[in-house]
Design a protein around this ligand. Structure first.
Ligand code: ZN
Length: 299
């Protein structure tokens, strides 16, 4: 009897110690924005604890870091950024925090798109690579590689999670292609607040126009807006959308001026909060594709 109770005590202690070691031993990850938080959580599952600096429905283009954000980075073992100029504040923030750990740029290996710059006549890199699900395959593999470097014991698990998610992404891509194929090519035209859907448009064969460029920061020119309004009228574009993370009075005004009814807002540069329809990357994409197809049907 004594031996059994001793054994049970030892077992209880073992379970307790392991549980607390696991909680304390989670890899601490900070991502720049919510989409990356979801991807790291998918790959890392219960081996990671992930925080995003720019949360759901928030705009990374105009984000202003506070000292608490620097502290968050310093407490991390891994920092994950999008790159391609999406978070211009990130390098400075990492440096000022004193963080010396690993930084993974999730978009590494992506073929970057460029767009004519708003001013100066040059070109700008389009950072919104995650709007093409085939790019996100690279994102999750980069994340798995980064986590494996820090936590080699979990490498096989990270790889398995990443590859099963890649299969999900490929399914999503096939489904999205089928949905968009239901719209005749000349009708595949959409207006959004800013140029967040260039990769989406290039991949799925949809023309996306916006009064604002690749950042929500720059003010659109009156000339540009007038040209867009003419184009909407001439080409009878009815698919006009707001975005979840930018409050664009301009697009509302454009819709009013052209007599177009706005579609439900798209998820552009952020996930939604957990109670809405874009709480994960896969949900975000399914929702956007449905909303865009509904909008283009009216063109
Ligand atoms: Zn953007």
């Amino acid at each position: 009897m004594k031996r059994l109770s001793q054994w049970l005590l030892a077992l209880a202690a073992f379970v307790f110690l392991n549980a607390s070691a696991l909680a304390a031993g989670k890899v601490q990850v900070t991502t720049s924005f919510s989409v990356l938080q979801d991807l790291v959580q998918v790959v890392g599952a219960d081996r990671v604890e992930v925080h995003a600096l720019v949360g759901p429905d928030e705009d990374a283009h105009v984000f202003e870091p506070k000292p608490t954000h620097a502290k968050r980075i310093l407490q991390s073992q891994l920092v994950v950024t999008n790159g391609l100029g999406f978070e211009p504040w990130m390098a400075k923030l990492v440096k000022s925090s004193g963080y010396k750990g690993l930084v993974v740029q999730a978009s590494d290996g992506v073929t970057a798109r460029t767009m004519p710059a708003e001013t100066g006549g040059g070109v700008e890199t389009d950072p919104h690579a995650w709007q093409d699900p085939t790019n996100v395959i690279l994102y999750v593999r980069n994340i798995a590689a980064g986590l494996s470097k820090l936590d080699p014991d979990g490498a096989a698990i990270y790889r398995a999670h990443a590859e099963s998610y890649v299969a999900e992404l490929q399914k999503l891509d096939t489904w999205a292609q089928e949905q968009i194929a239901t719209i005749p090519a000349p009708k595949r035209k959409v207006i959004t607040s800013h140029d967040a859907f260039g990769y989406f448009g290039a991949h799925f064969g949809v023309t996306l126009l916006a009064p604002q460029g690749i950042s929500t920061e720059a003010e659109p020119s009156a000339k540009g807006v007038a040209k867009l309004i003419r184009q909407i009228k001439q080409e009878q574009i009815k698919a006009v959308f707001l975005e979840n993370m930018s409050n664009s009075k301009l697009i509302t005004q454009i819709a009013k001026d052209t007599g177009v009814i706005l579609g439900r807002p798209l998820f552009a540069d952020a996930l939604s909060k957990s109670n809405a329809e874009g709480a994960s990357y896969l949900q975000l994409m399914r929702y956007n594709v449905k909303a865009l197809v509904e909008g283009m049907q009216m063109n």
